[in-house]
Ligand binder design. Structure first.
Ligand code: GLY
Length: 353
């Protein structure tokens, strides 16, 4: 078992990482689920694969458990789903002494976590992430929320889980495209803060990755960043590398056309090619990034006109008045925040010729 501690004072918790951990999850949960009702929030994909069996196992272990199944997909990370979850929690008579377990990818973790943060002003919750993005990034650090029509994650909270349980074996059932999606975020961690991870990815066969090791490296990096800047006012914004253009790509093409990690891949190349031209980044970095992303079958550009895509940049949460903060890299493994006037930002995102 590889444990990573996220040290946040009274909100401190442990991220447990172990292949095969899921089979023994009721045992792991026993300490804080016994004597409490547990609402397992999952989605229509994960319920059949893991959710129903987990609920059965927890009941067999004597825990009072019920599954709340939401529709799968980013399109359902919304108010309707949240209302459905609140209604189910009320029907279960969940109280602040009880427990919520989110079992699924980023949508389940974010929406279920937000329900946990807000129902009765907060129910303790634990995350059991099942996708790469959720295992390497979103299950750790307490960002929870839902999307609005006007933008991703526009309603949310910082609400830390009591524990995170990561079983890399659960990735074995992921569709190929979800692998690409997750790799976008893994490459981001290498590019922003872990040059050795980047090199490991460069010399690895895409089909033979040591997932436990990769997840541990990303979670350690995430824990260090969150410990330093839990409320996303400084260093945590480095994790937005590639996201300014990436979020705009997701919205311009419609959610699901480019998956999050694919859009982030395009965004990382865009901004790095520009900062390299502007002599803010070591020469050759954009090409190296592009090569690695291609190695993992990720897109490195989109065909939409810059100006059309740019119209979706302005609603980005990273905007502060007339300025916004852009995450860039000086070189592989070293991210940096660059304050940029909003009207200047396009200059950092346009296609380099
Ligand atoms: N996913 C980026 C963050 O947690 O800050």
């Amino acid at each position: 078992m590889e444990n990573v501690r996220v040290d946040l004072g009274e909100d401190t918790y442990t991220v447990h990482i172990e292949r095969g951990l899921f089979e023994n999850l009721p045992l792991h949960l026993e300490a804080f689920a016994r004597g409490r009702r547990t609402a397992v929030i999952t989605d229509t994909h994960v319920a059949d694969l893991y959710g129903n069996s987990l609920c059965r196992a927890m009941k067999s272990a004597g825990m009072e458990t019920k599954c709340i199944v939401i529709q799968a997909g980013e399109g359902h990370k919304n108010m309707d789903t949240l209302a459905q979850v609140y209604a189910s929690l009320a029907a279960m008579d969940i109280s602040r002494n009880d427990l919520i377990l989110t079992l699924g990818g980023g949508v389940v973790g974010d929406a279920g976590g937000f329900a946990a943060a807000t129902y009765l002003r907060g129910i303790p919750f634990a995350q059991v992430p099942t996708s790469i993005i959720a295992q390497v990034d979103s299950s750790v650090g307490g960002k929870v929320g839902i999307d609005l029509q006007s933008g991703k994650n526009q309603v949310g909270a910082f609400y830390q889980p009591k524990a995170v349980y990561i079983d890399p074996q659960l990735l074995d059932t992921l569709p190929r495209r979800c692998f690409r999606d997750g790799m976008g975020e893994v490459v981001k961690y290498g590019a922003v803060c872990d040059a050795e991870l980047f090199e490991i990815l460069e010399r690895s066969e895409p089909n033979a990755l040591d997932w436990t090791g990769i997840i541990r490296r990303c979670v350690q990096a995430k824990a260090a960043i969150v410990e330093d800047d839990v409320y996303d006012k400084g260093r945590r914004m480095l994790l937005n590398f590639g996201h300014t253009f990436g979020h705009a790509v997701e919205r311009y093409y419609g959610y699901g056309t480019y998956m999050h990690g694919e859009a982030v891949a395009v965004g990382m190349v865009r901004v790095t090619a520009r900062t390299e031209c502007l002599e803010l980044t070591e020469p050759g970095t954009a090409k190296r990034l592009e090569k690695l992303l291609r190695q993992y079958n990720l897109p490195v550009d989109v065909d939409g006109a810059d100006e059309d895509i740019f119209s979706f940049v302005k609603r980005d949460k990273k905007r502060r008045g007339k300025d916004m903060t852009l995450a860039i890299i000086d070189r592989i493994g070293r991210g940096r925040l660059l304050p940029v006037a909003c009207e200047e930002v396009k200059n950092y995102l346009r296609r380099s010729v």
